[in-house]
Design a protein around this ligand. Structure first.
Ligand code: TRP
Length: 360
């Protein structure tokens, strides 16, 4: 059986290092593994509109930002197809048919949707399009016969819902749709880079993100103003590493080579933590260390992003060609779906023949 990947992001802002560690880096590894037949990466503008319908400019502007972030991180259009969701109109058609297979109460029970309804203050009146987005996401996944869906933990309920739709469709109409499995980030800590303020999630509205496009000075400022341990006042004071944002980041980003390069007095993170807890290690030292590491991670991405942005026409072509290719793929699935659902009246001769026989 083919092994295909589909995943994507809502274009509601530039991507940040949380996205990078939690998913973009894994996508590049999967792309280069040679294990997959087809890889589709979708800029989910239609899904972004389900809760930004009153702000179309925001979605439009961020389509290109996300495309630049993708390419800057190393996604290679020769190996993956990058496309814009709304241009593949087959997806909305699939969504319409899958809607018959899902109950309202099932959608309302979806934990991700529940959480987002609260976050967006939709409790009193939920837009139908928003409540429906898990079904549309099932269409995204199945249209590309995706077997592997690289996502963060928060998306597991979406994949579960897609699997239910696949089962229910195949039961009723025959074995047409392919069952997807989630591919989670390699470790929990990579999946959860907190905001620079220590809040669980980086979010543009909280102003606690480090973006892949940030310049050197901006990154430095953000790192130097991170929370550490409020009780660690003088260098000699013993410090806490739990809940200390700098150490949470070091847990994710610090490799032993970084110690060799920037802090050779320590062999590894355990030694650094032990010193901090004992007392005698200042916040400026650990912040400078983290800054050096983050600069090394982000610099090549930012530089590539700047080069790409100087040739926007080429990026535009990549998106346009990707979208055309994606559309052909989705068309094939839609054709099989409509055939299975017996609504392919004019695509083949069966319908005419049946009617001729019936009215003979
Ligand atoms: N819901 C995903 C997010 O918010 C984006 C997305 C849309 C997606 N369709 C998808 C992810 C299909 C995986 C598969 O990040």
């Amino acid at each position: 059986m083919e092994k295909n990947i589909l995943t994507g992001d809502r274009p509601t802002g530039r991507l940040h290092i949380g996205h990078y560690m939690g998913s973009l880096k894994t996508r590049v590894t999967l792309q280069d593994s040679g294990d997959f037949d087809k890889i589709y990466i979708m800029i989910a503008d239609a899904q972004a509109l389900t809760d930004n319908f009153d702000n179309p400019e925001k979605v439009r502007n961020n389509v290109m930002e996300v495309a630049l972030d993708y390419l800057a991180c190393g996604l290679d259009p020769k190996k993956v197809t990058i496309f814009v969701q709304s241009t593949v109109t087959e997806l909305t058609e699939l969504t319409f048919y899958y809607m018959n297979l899902v109950t309202l109460s099932r959608l309302e029970r979806n934990p991700t949707v529940k959480n987002e309804i609260k976050l967006r203050g939709f409790e009193k009146s939920i837009p139908v399009g928003f409540l429906n987005y898990p079904i549309s996401q099932a269409a995204d996944i199945t249209a590309f016969r995706a077997t592997h869906i690289p996502v963060g933990n928060d998306q597991l309920p979406m994949i579960e819902q897609a699997r239910e739709i696949v089962h229910s469709f195949n039961n009723i109409y025959g074995n047409v749709l392919v069952e997807p499995t989630p591919v989670l980030p390699p470790s929990d800590k990579m999946a959860r880079v907190p905001g620079t303020d220590g809040k669980a999630k980086m979010s543009k509205s909280l102003g606690n993100c480090i973006f892949l496009a940030d310049d050197e000075e901006t990154i430095k400022k953000k790192v130097m103003s991170m929370y550490t341990d409020p009780a660690h006042i003088r260098i000699e004071d013993p410090g806490k590493v739990e809940g200390n944002v700098v150490f949470t980041y070091l847990d994710v980003f610090a490799e032993n080579e970084h110690f060799e390069k920037y802090l050779p007095e320590y062999k590894n993170l355990d030694e650094l933590k032990a010193h901090y807890m004992r007392g005698g290690l200042g916040d400026v030292t650990i912040k400078k260390f983290l800054n050096n590491i983050l600069q090394d991670v982000i610099r090549p991405i930012r530089e590539k992003r700047i080069l790409l942005s100087k040739d926007i026409e080429s990026v535009y072509e990549i998106l346009k060609e990707g979208s055309e290719k994606a559309r052909k793929e989705a068309q094939q699935t839609l054709e099989s779906v409509k055939h299975a659902m017996k609504i392919d009246y004019f695509d083949r001769d069966d319908f005419l023949q049946e009617m001729i026989d019936k009215y003979k």
